[in-house]
Each structure stands twice: as C-alpha cells, then as structure tokens.
Design a protein around this ligand. Sequence first.
Ligand code: HEC
Length: 170
Amino acid sequence: MRKMHKFLGAAAALGLMTTAACGGGSDGPPAADGGDAEAEAPADDAETAEAPSADSTDTIDGTVYADFTGDATAGEAVFAQCRTCHVMDPGVNRTGPSLHNIVGREAGQVEGFNYTDANANSGIVWTPEKLFQYLENPARIIPNTRMAFAGLPEAQDRADLIAYLETYSE
Ligand code: HEC
C-alpha cells in the first residue's frame, strides 16, 4: 500500500505541474469592466519593464541623436537589414509598412497596413530622436510590436539609417 500512495503522490504532483504549465495561456477574453479582475496597481516608484513614454527619447546606451551626423549613403547599407520587411516606395506594404515619409509622421498611419494595437496606439511621432531610440531596441519602445527585429546597437548605424530615411521624407 505504501507504494500505491507514493504513486498517487507522484501522479498528483505531475497533475499540478501540468496545470501550472498551462497557466500562462492568453486565450481568455480580457476581463470586462472591473468585476473580479486582479488589477495590478500601477507601480509608480518601482522600476517596471514598461515602455518609455511616447515623448521620451532616452536610449539604453545613453547616446543622443544630436551628437551624431548621419550619412545617408552609409544608411542605405544599414537599410539592408530592414529591406526584408520594408520598402521605401510609397504605398507598398510588405511584412512591415512602407517607410516612405516615415520621419515626422505619427505611428500607425500608413494606409492599408494592418498594425498591432501596440504600434497604432503608441502615441509616438517618428521624429529622428524617437527613431534613434526605437531602432536601438524596438520591443523596448513598443512592447508587443509585431516587428521582429532585435535592433541596431551601434548609434552611428542608427544615425546613418535615419539620414537615409529622411531622404524619403519631406
Ligand atoms: C522582420 C520584419 C521587420 C524588419 C526586419 C524590420 N521591420 Fe519595421 N516593422 C515591421 C512590422 C511588422 C511593423 C508593424 C509593427 C506593428 O504593427 O506592431 C514594423 C513597423 C515599423 C515602424 C513603425 C511604422 C509606423 O507607421 O508606425 C518603423 C519606423 C519601422 N518598422 C522601421 C524599421 C527599420 C528602420 C528597420 C530596419 C532597421 C525595420 N523596421 C526592420 C517589420 C519589420
């Protein structure tokens, strides 16, 4: 009988583990207004993984856009990393939206492109300074973006790329 108990115990433990493993699913509908939702109080002091505010331009590496001079020709080479998903031609959307006229425009405005809410509702204006911050690590600036791109760690690459994008913006 002792053996039997052990077995049951193991089975119960397994069952628990399985349940725990399934706990992370995101298939439930979002809780409707209030109810029993365990609303996490916004932490106003703690360091959270939240995105910087839309008008923040703080970079991870501490670089500042104004300290760099972008070279559009060099930026065209950097753009090779974007070209699998973006083109500069107006109105041509691929995996990502056309980047024609992107500099200075509000996020989520390219016609005919199906943005995530995260991007569309980010409240961002794509100033050179914001692009400089975003392109360092896009998912930090727009958590849940569909843009699967790790980022450009070199500040000069970002400045060059922005100079290139600017040649397609007015
Ligand atoms: C693997 C595909 C992919 C790559 C590579 C990629 N992007 Fe994106 N990009 C996307 C997608 C998809 C979106 C839309 C994101 C969303 O709706 O969440 C996007 C959105 C953007 C936006 C916001 C556009 C808007 O109208 O708000 C900018 C700016 C941008 N990308 C620039 C770049 C640049 C510059 C590069 C190269 C350094 C790059 N992307 C590389 C797929 C990509």
